[in-house]
Design a protein around this ligand. Structure first.
Ligand SMILES: CC(C)(COP(=O)(O)OP(=O)(O)OC[C@H]1O[C@@H](n2cnc3c(N)ncnc32)[C@H](O)[C@@H]1OP(=O)(O)O)[C@@H](O)C(=O)NCCC(=O)NCCS
Length: 148
């Protein structure tokens, strides 16, 4: 594992590998991991682009470098690598919290910022925020405006 690969990445989310997350081999099921990463990437994109309406467009080659066992603690990290006009590209790393071994890397996860009709729409951002200054205030399901 190259520590330099992880530079700049914040590992926000931790998971405990449970029986329902295992494959037939008794190790972490790749599908569970991808579900967690897709959700993590969606939340990251919402925070960066200030819009609840973001959709997964593209996931590049996924390299499962090591496995995890039941009871292991893993952590997931994401960092934005490119702000496009309507898209955001992220890099993902998942690692074992105890051994620090990298379990998986994904070089490019692309999310697209869409409007009410599901059409790509410019997000207007070009750099990462480390704060909560872009949090959307309007919820897409309810239309509620939350000020607090
Ligand atoms: C996301 C969606 C609206 C984009 O529509 P589209 O016609 O491809 O839109 P565009 O060609 O205008 O591309 C939009 C952005 O995506 C990027 N993009 C398109 N195809 C891409 C690909 N294969 N890889 C990486 N980026 C891609 C474009 O470069 C563009 O980014 P930019 O504006 O920052 O330059 C449409 O493909 C869609 O609805 N897909 C389903 C999304 C979904 O439901 N995801 C959940 C998984 S089921």
């Amino acid at each position: 594992m190259a520590q330099t690969e992880d530079m700049g990445i914040n590992f926000h989310t931790r998971k405990w590998v449970k029986p329902e997350d295992l494959n037939a081999n008794g190790t972490l099921f790749g599908g569970s991991l991808l579900r967690w990463i897709d959700e993590e990437a969606a939340i990251y994109a919402i925070i960066q682009l200030g819009n609840y309406r973001v959709v997964t467009k593209f996931i590049s080659e996924i390299n499962f470098e090591a496995s995890a066992q039941q009871g292991d603690l893993i952590e997931m990290g994401l960092i934005a690598t490119h702000f496009g006009r309507t898209s955001l590209t992220m890099r993902a790393v998942v690692r074992n919290m105890i051994t620090r071994r990298t379990i998986l890397t994904i070089d490019r996860i692309v999310f697209v910022n869409v409007d009410e009709e599901g059409r790509p729409t410019p997000h207007g951002y070009s750099s990462i925020t480390y704060n909560r200054d872009r949090m959307p205030t309007e919820h897409p399901q309810t239309g509620t405006i939350r000020t607090v």
